[in-house]
Write a protein that binds this ligand. Sequence first.
Ligand SMILES: C[S@@+](CC[C@H](N)C(=O)[O-])C[C@H]1O[C@@H](n2cnc3c(N)ncnc32)[C@H](O)[C@@H]1O
Length: 437
Amino acid sequence: MRGSQSLESQSQVSKEENLRLSIEKLVHGGYGLAHHRDKVVLVRFAAPRELVDVEVIQEKKDYSEAYVKDVILSSASRREAPCPYFGVCGGCQLQHVDYNTQVESKESILLETLQRIGKIREVPLGEAIQSGQEFGYRVRVQFKVKNGKLGFYRWDEHEIVDIEHCPIAHPRINELIKPLKECVKYIRELQEIHVTYSPSEDKFLVKFVTPTEIDREFLGNLKRDCLPEDVVGVGDYSRLRTILNRRFWIGKEYLFIDVGKWKFRVSSDSFFQVNWTLWESFIRAVSDVDPFRKAIDLHCGVGFFTIPLSEKGNFIEGSDSNPWAINDAEYNAKLNNRDNVVFIKSDAYRHLKNRGGEVLDLVVLDPPRSGLERKEIDLLVNNQPERIVYISCNPATLARDLKALLKGGYRLEQVKLVDMFPQTYHIESVSYLRVQA
Ligand SMILES: C[S@@+](CC[C@H](N)C(=O)[O-])C[C@H]1O[C@@H](n2cnc3c(N)ncnc32)[C@H](O)[C@@H]1O
């Protein structure tokens, strides 16, 4: 249907800030991209190649932000969002488009970002690794709490949408929402509740985040009286900007999570990949590498990739700046009978610096959204490990870092989308680099 060209010509201004626009494609943030009088308009809840009436909600210098009020000519990819809170809740941006279109759009965004920021003309895009399920995939959820409501922030204001169900969360986490709402009634000034679930153990860990300490005995009673037995541990936390600080913990401090033949102990303060339906394929994607003599995994967490990778080589070192993760990783090496892997608590820079001058066949990177630090890239370029596998949750910082690595003598062999976060705009990917001969 309906080429964007022909729709463009039908665009018209209905009134001051109400416009009729043709949506060209989806872009970063899950917005539909449109143009009005040479200005970019980013439209929420739009699908690619459709004609919509929008209300402009923000005018910026370079672009306007709007949301769809009416769909005039619908995209073939548009569907009824399965979640009753979609359009109000800020957690998901893409439920109104079918899954294939979500994946295609994310691939295009990844590609364009690598071209635009990374200046990579020919991006060797491999086949995307799709999520095993579109819904019910999250085993870690952070609920917001305010004024007795439990849910997620609205997309348009700092208010909470009270929810009874979240379709992207694992069904067992959904069963926990009712008991958690009981806890909300009793804990003063509660701000957040973080839940981690292990499908293999069918057990939960729960963190309560409050500005002031919860009475320990009170929290123990609450755990016993309001929460099911499968909640094996609860913690009392405060938040300082992005950092959570533990005040105390009651019960078991970790879960065991099986991923295929691998077993991981995961403490409440360690990172673990959120989408259980991708765990096995993600490990395969990262550990399907040529044999190596020595490798290092610089953001190793609990050893999610390090331990499976250890089967492919003589020796691998994992490091992470989080001591909880390193404790788990060391435990996990023993749990999985791997004796050619060593874990070190260290930031990535220090670990790389300490390995300066050593011959490394493989370096695995999985940094936070901010990507690598410039000094880390300089060390990599100086050290010239034969291969680099770069796992990223932010295409913009990935593109910036790849640009520097390519300039430093690497060739990008392949990059693929790993659709870790269906229904949301977030883009995870894995890139494979090799030093140029
Ligand atoms: C996205 S997680 C990935 C963990 C692991 N690769 C996995 O898949 O489970 C990023 C990890 O990097 C660690 N981290 C963050 N900044 C770091 C730094 N500067 N140096 C080393 N580790 C860092 C975090 O503690 C976290 O465990």
